[in-house]
Design a protein around this ligand. Structure first.
Ligand code: NAD
Ligand code: DAU
Length: 344
């Protein structure tokens, strides 16, 4: 079996963390390097079962630290880079856009420069469907790879900017790249600032769940393991320079998602609290994954099986999320939802 060195950036976060585990399970012949700054969103406790393995390595570094990144690439000569590291929460990008530009745009450019110096086989840039902006509520419209980029939040604008840089390094320097644009993920180790883990963790503590606006905005949910399998496929089989959309046709209104979790946990719908809407709140996302399906991908979870497994995981792993929500997170929560502090 061919040996390969794989750099995963952001491997201490939600999706990158699941991807590191997925690759460690699947490719015993690969050396996996997890590079992460360990911001508020990163934690290494999720990797306890692999941390002593000889083919797993952790590197604490900031992707915007040009010197450190260039010298790491020169030393390790990676075959593959899978780039997840980012600021990922839309609400935080509304309060503090600057760090999104720094990490998501500048950080990506530093990685591209580093990859350009060595003979890399593939650079997969993990992007998002949010770069396409929003769809209306017509169930027949979908994002394809040819949908124009019309990002609406500072988060999605920073991701769209990084996508364009990745594209330009392919066109100008011939760097072998792919860009993936996935819909909303859910599953184990999802940080409890995002809708699904926020809802589960608050309901388990019998606390109110904040729903923005009227709760009718639609997201297209995909289990994180199906996202990992798609990235694995694109890494090995994706045609260089191509963009691949990832999604499994699981469209739900936010209210439907919250009510599904309430019902699964046997809680009362009175715990729903409608709060002020998110600024610039995108109405609907929905992915057309035909191009990726033609490459051989299909999801293994539908929303019913995936959400049941996820709720069960949060029930079994209280220690993980309780430790998160007891720290700095509480300050973030109070600030973010301050307009409804008395009721929430
Ligand atoms: P996350 O916030 O859970 O994890 C991000 C990770 O990046 C953390 O471990 C953090 O410590 C690390 N990081 C942040 N800044 C860094 C820096 N300067 N240097 C090194 N590491 C840094 O994010 P996620 O939800 O796992 O998303 C991962 C990627 O997937 C992002 O690029 C995001 O845009 C994309 N994406 C997310 C979703 C989703 O639903 N969560 C969907 C589609 C695409
Ligand atoms: O579509 C992919 C994107 O999905 C990723 O690129 C982002 O990194 C990821 O965070 C996610 O973005 P969203 O903004 O869609 O996810 P979030 O969980 O923050 O919100 C999902 C929906 O739920 C959205 O319509 C806003 C709503 N919401 C969210 C929170 C946190 C609420 O109603 N109440 C809340 O408290």
């Amino acid at each position: 079996m061919t040996k390969r060195k794989v750099l995963v950036t952001g491997g201490a976060g939600f999706i990158g963390g699941n991807f590191v585990q997925y690759m460690m399970d699947k490719y015993s012949n690969y050396e996996i390097y997890n590079l992460d700054l360990l911001t508020y969103a990163g934690d290494l406790t999720k990797h306890r079962s692999i941390e002593s393995k000889t083919n797993y390595h952790f590197v604490k570094a900031d992707i915007t630290d040009r010197e450190a990144i260039i010298s790491l690439f020169e030393k390790e000569k990676f075959d593959y880079v899978v780039h997840f590291a980012a600021e990922s929460h839309v609400d935080r990008s509304i309060t503090d856009p600057g760090i999104f530009v720094r990490t998501n745009v500048l950080g990506t450019q530093v990685l591209l420069d580093a990859a350009k110096q060595i003979d890399i086989d593939k650079f997969v840039h993990v992007s998002t469907d949010e770069v396409y902006g929003e769809l209306d509520f017509k169930p027949t419209t979908f994002f394809t790879e040819n949908t124009p980029l019309e990002p609406n939040s500072p988060y999605s604008a920073s991701k769209a900017s990084s996508d364009l840089l990745v594209r330009s390094y392919h066109e100008t320097f011939g760097l072998p790249v792919n860009i993936t644009r996935c819909s909303n993920n859910y599953g184990p180790y999802h940080f409890p600032e995002k809708l699904i883990p926020l809802t589960i963790s608050r309901l388990l503590n019998d606390e109110k769940v904040p729903v923005y606006g009227d709760g009718q905005n639609i997201r297209d949910w995909l289990h994180v393991i199906d996202h990992c399998a798609a990235i694995d496929l694109v890494l090995h089989e994706g045609a260089s320079g191509e963009v691949y959309n990832i999604g499994g046709h699981n469209e739900k209104t936010n209210l439907e998602v919250v009510k599904t979790i309430i019902s699964a946990l046997g809680k009362s719908e009175e715990l729903i609290e409608f709060v002020e809407d998110r600024l610039g709140h995108d109405k609907r996302y929905a992915i057309d994954p035909t191009k990726l399906e033609k490459l051989g991908w299909k999801p293994t979870y539908n929303f019913d099986t995936g959400i049941a497994q996820t709720i069960d995981w949060y029930l079994q792993n209280k220690e993980w999320w309780e430790q998160i929500i007891s720290g700095d997170y509480q300050e973030y929560f109070d600030e973010q939802y301050k307009f409804n502090k008395s009721s929430i």
